[in-house]
Design a protein around this ligand. Structure first.
Ligand code: SF4
Ligand code: SF4
Length: 196
């Protein structure tokens, strides 16, 4: 019985770290320095890197895959820089997100990312108000703050931006993100995650 439990725990760790990027997770001391250093945990106490690691080691996958918390990390790497045993939590949480997407969880968060990225691809800005009224309001605000009315993006800059998206495969990857809740199939090749 104990052997089976150990096998399950090992399998879960291997499942989450499917690309073998964080091979020292078992050396976690549960000291909590990662959580203490995390700016997200400071404003959102339900996000707890130490606890996520503990749960992965304990085999409690379902608790996180369908959670909103795993989408809060913004990869500042503050946790990694302070971890006494060098556990790369940002790479771990990246893989937790991929496992979530592969299991039909979290698509609503990926969809937000897709929307912003496609807007950046089109406008050269990650944020641009959709309506003329919204644009007018922001221009007014910027004017009152002494800023230029609206950041101008030249056609040349837009073309270069699009070329970067195309060359790195980002355009096709974004288009491959489904808008509904279908499972994504992902693979890791040469340092890059791609749709299968
Ligand atoms: S700082 Fe490192 S060792 Fe400490 S709990 Fe976080 S991951 Fe584990
Ligand atoms: S990389 Fe993520 S988990 Fe680590 S400190 Fe930054 S926001 Fe927190």
């Amino acid at each position: 019985m104990r052997n089976n439990a150990l096998d399950l725990e090992k399998n879960l760790r291997e499942e989450v770290d499917a690309y073998g990027l964080v091979d020292n997770i078992e050396s976690c001391l549960q000291c909590g320095k990662c959580t203490g250093a995390c700016p997200v945990a400071r404003v959102s106490p339900s996000f707890n890197p130490r606890q996520i690691i503990r749960d992965i080691l304990m085999g409690q996958k379902e608790r996180w895959l369908d959670s909103e918390e795993i989408w809060r990390c913004f990869w500042c790497a503050g946790c990694y820089s302070l971890c006494p045993v060098g556990i790369h939590f940002p790479l771990l949480i990246m893989q937790v997100r991929y496992r979530a997407l592969e299991n039909c969880h979290g698509m609503r968060y990926a969809a937000i990312f897709k929307r912003f990225a496609l807007r950046a691809l089109k406008d050269g800005l990650t944020f641009a108000p959709g309506s003329p009224k919204g644009r007018e309001r922001i221009m007014g605000l910027r004017g009152r703050l002494g800023l230029s009315p609206w950041p101008g993006i030249s056609d040349k800059a837009r073309e270069e931006y699009r070329a970067l998206f195309d060359l790195t495969g980002t355009t096709s990857d974004l288009e491959g993100i489904p808008d509904n809740n279908e499972a994504l199939v992902l693979k890791y090749l040469g340092g890059k995650i791609t749709g299968a």
